[in-house]
Write a new protein. Structure first.
Length: 325
């Protein structure tokens, strides 16, 4: 965590939403090392420096040009709603194409909302998984059939390319990047500073408009709250359904509607987050952490952590706990 701050370039275009532009500065700007050192240097840039119109009743002045993209370790592309990507031909304007080409190889590139159209039109998402705002999903699929679109999630991490859903999902994406690079403790502190959840459950499915539920129909929130307290032991679908007095079939359907994933997927996600917290914040042996997180054995924990993060428990702890094994 030493050395110069990691440069994050934010590419602002006419029609940018102030919230999307500001949240990148707010989230990355709040990240500090345990010693209080600023971890990120966020720089706004434009294809042509100068006045940039937002989709609000004010403009912003951007002094940096595309040379900033070449200096950055991470580039974030918010949506533009003046020349909405969903109405575009699918081809990048020459100046924007030149800007994307200025990004050096190995840079992490992320989009917010329909900013994914820029990455798609540049060919950066072909053969990959991606997401965008759920309301643009059908159009996106039609324009970019080579991309595996998942409109049910808040963000997709493909390693060097990340995409997120509408506006507020940009917060989730930025926190995820901080968590990925500096650990959950740093990301959680940023979330506390900005008064947002460090990790939102589920995906876009919970925000898509649906018919109003009939009066008296309960949610699965109580079962989820109970399950989080039971992660140290096996939790069955029957137990979860019983907490809400539902059949397992009804509970599973309701759970997926509310959270955007199956109960089993959600439980695994919660167990991984518990294991990450224990690896970062405690000196417990790996097998004890596996037990506390409900994975049973160190081998099972290793398998799940590697599938989710691409690292072993010892390697993860070595990164975020200074080499403690």
């Amino acid at each position: 965590m030493s050395g110069s701050p990691h440069i994050v370039a934010v590419l602002a275009r006419d029609g940018v939403m102030p919230m999307e532009l500001g949240l990148v500065h707010q989230i990355f700007g709040a990240a500090r090392s345990p010693e209080g050192t600023r971890l990120y240097d966020v720089r706004t840039c434009a294809v042509t420096p100068g006045e940039i119109h937002t989709n609000a009743d004010f403009s912003i002045h951007v002094g940096n040009g595309i040379e900033t993209l070449a200096e950055a370790a991470t580039v974030v592309i918010p949506a533009s709603h003046a020349a909405d990507e969903t109405e575009a031909s699918g081809n990048l304007a020459p100046a924007l194409a030149a800007a994307i080409a200025a990004i050096k190889q190995g840079t992490t590139i992320a989009s917010i909302c329909t900013g994914a159209y820029v990455l798609a039109a540049a060919g950066l998402l072909d053969g990959r998984k991606a997401t965008t705002h759920w309301n643009s999903a059908d159009d996106f699929r039609r324009r970019f059939p080579l991309i595996e679109l998942d409109p049910g999630v808040l963000y997709v991490d493909e390693g060097d390319i990340l995409t997120s859903a509408g506006e507020a999902a940009g917060i989730d994406l930025c926190l995820h990047l901080i968590r990925r690079e500096h650990g959950a403790a740093v990301a959680n502190e940023v979330a506390r500073r900005t008064v947002v959840p460090p990790h939102r459950e589920g995906g876009q499915a919970q925000y898509v408009t649906r018919p109003v539920p009939e009066p008296g129909i309960s949610s699965t929130a109580a079962a989820r709250a109970w399950a989080v307290e039971q992660l140290h032991r096996p939790v069955s679908l029957t137990e979860l359904a019983d907490r809400e007095s539902m059949s397992t079939r009804t509970f599973t359907r309701r759970f997926r509607d509310e959270v955007g994933m199956s109960p089993v997927q959600w439980l695994t996600q919660q167990r991984i987050e518990r294991a990450r917290h224990l690896l970062e914040q405690t000196d417990l042996p790996i097998d004890r952490i596996a037990s506390e997180a409900g994975f049973g054995t160190a081998a099972s924990l290793r398998q799940h952590l590697n599938a989710a993060l691409g690292v072993s428990p010892s390697a993860y702890r070595g990164t975020f706990r200074g080499g403690i094994k």
